[in-house]
Design a protein around this ligand. Structure first.
Ligand code: G3H
Length: 478
């Protein structure tokens, strides 16, 4: 069974004794592309055990040595960008150039973690007791940051490599060990990425990667007593995980319905190009995609015409040809998107293009005059479908944004910075972008969602801090 990719445990590539595998369907051909091992609970127990042992030693490894290994992994990852990007093309139908960008961005992210970690973790704090009432200067408190232990990383299909290393880099530099559970679509890209860490020479058992069915090992992993922290990016599963997980720090990013509020004085060409980039890059399969446009009625017609002209120029086809719009990740995803489109049609939305689908490939579609009773006004399509809601006041736009269950990011387009600041203040989202589409990067910026969009804050610096605990030692003078 040489065509089944092995999983990674104890510094070795292994076959699962289950003898079972999981197929990865190529979203473009809709045929099986790769197979990975279907690991069982026994293999999970083993990686947890070795992760715990390896972590103790790793925490004692000098910080500069940890950083050195991360820099090495980053360089090896970049050297292997072509085969890894090729996996992304085949497993998740990400356009060829964007796939390469994902790998390069991941290398940069790892290096930045190494540099930032050296600084953050290299500094301690020194406090004296006499600043608090009733105390003499007889206590010196030294604080440092210590690792949590074993970090479980679960990235989503849309950035299998980048959203894995955004968890691996901070975890490792901070002295933790790491267990990775890749998404099924993107698992092989993840295994290649892990191989780069293997080549860099990290200690055995410090990083493990278990593949398999969520139904078999998902809950077992997230509820495992050996896990000291979970960093998850994905959908609703995160809400279920947060209810079942033990008393451990959680970092979660669970999607969004990012609004784009357009005021009358906005530069409409700038808005249109940001709507295209924000709404349609990777066919809308980004948690930070623009997912609803809330435009003032007086400029709505002009804006919609500008966006329509740009939609007409988007190329649609296979990721190998680097098309702008590529097949969505699965048939069930395409069916879900179609359901939202049909609901909008039945309830009277204006179709700016005709709806077209071939297999998992859905042509980009702008829906104008969307009303609040349509599902597309609230739900996250994760596809190349973008609703436009015409508003008659800024308050209406803010109200729509805040009525969402999600609160990831949002954006405002206006030339009036005072108005932008006031609207930003009123929007209940983790980040507001002024005059640009929502985005997670640059990767050292804080990244967080409110409400159902997540728990905690990501971004390199925040992740390093989140994956450590403060430890104090108090020197008591006589
Ligand atoms: O899909 C969720 C990602 O965190 C979004 O990242 O803004 O770089 O596309 P991005």
């Amino acid at each position: 069974d040489g065509d089944v990719f092995k999983y990674y445990s104890e510094g070795e590539w292994k076959k699962s004794p289950s003898g079972k595998s999981v197929s990865i369907i190529n979203p473009t051909t809709r045929k099986p592309q790769f197979k990975v091992q279907a690991c069982t609970q026994q293999e999970v127990n083993k990686v947890m055990e070795t992760a715990k042992i390896a972590q103790k030693q790793w925490a004692k490894t000098p910080l500069w040595k940890r950083a050195e290994l991360l820099h090495k992994a980053a360089a090896i990852l970049k050297e292997h960008k072509a085969p890894i990007a090729d996996c992304l093309v085949k497993e998740i139908a990400k356009p060829a150039k964007d796939s390469v960008t994902e790998v390069v961005r991941s290398g940069d992210l790892i290096s930045y973690c190494a540099e930032e970690g050296v600084r953050i973790l290299g500094e301690g704090k020194f406090l004296v007791s006499d600043s608090f009432p009733g105390n003499e200067r007889t206590k010196y408190c030294l604080t440092s940051k210590v690792p949590l232990g074993v970090v479980l990383a679960i990235p989503p299909f849309n950035y299998p490599v980048n959203l894995a290393v955004s968890k691996i880099g901070p975890a490792l530099i901070a002295g933790n060990s790491l267990v990775l559970k890749p998404p099924t679509q993107g698992a092989v890209a993840c295994l290649h990425m892990v191989h780069c860490f293997h080549l860099a020479g990290f200690p055995k058992g410090l990083i493990s990667c278990v593949t398999g069915k969520g139904s078999e090992i998902g809950d077992f992993l997230t509820m495992h007593p050996g896990v000291n922290c979970i960093s998850f990016t994905g959908g609703d599963t995160g809400i279920a995980i947060s209810k079942k997980a033990g008393m451990i720090p959680l970092q979660m990013e669970l999607g969004g319905k990012d609004a784009c509020i357009v005021l009358e004085d906005a530069d409409l060409d700038l808005v249109a190009s940001n709507i295209i980039k924000g709404g349609f890059s990777y066919s809308g399969q980004r948690c930070t995609a623009v997912k609803v446009v809330l435009v003032m009625e007086s400029v709505a017609y002009t804006l919609v015409e500008k966006v329509k002209a740009k939609v007409a120029k988007l190329t649609v086809g296979p990721p190998e040809d680097d098309c702008d719009i590529t097949p969505v990740v699965s048939e069930s995803s395409a069916n879900f998107i179609e359901g939202l489109v049909m609901d909008a049609k039945q309830k009277g939305a204006t179709f700016c293009q005709s709806y077209k689908r071939e297999g998992n490939l859905i042509w980009p579609l702008l829906l104008d005059n969307v009303q609040p009773d349509m599902r597309i006004a609230w739900e996250e399509p994760f596809g190349p479908i973008l609703p436009v809601i015409r508003i008659t006041s800024v308050e209406e736009g803010i109200h729509h944004c805040n009525a969402s269950n999600f609160g990831l990011q949002g954006c405002i387009f206006t030339r009036d910075i005072n108005k932008a600041m006031l609207i930003s203040d009123a929007m209940e989202t983790g980040t507001v972008q002024i005059n640009s589409a929502p985005a997670r990067g640059p990767d050292h910026f804080p990244f967080q969602g409110l409400k159902d969009s997540g728990i905690g804050s990501q971004g390199i610096t925040n992740s390093i801090n989140m994956m450590t605990k403060i430890k104090s030692t108090v020197i008591n003078l006589p």
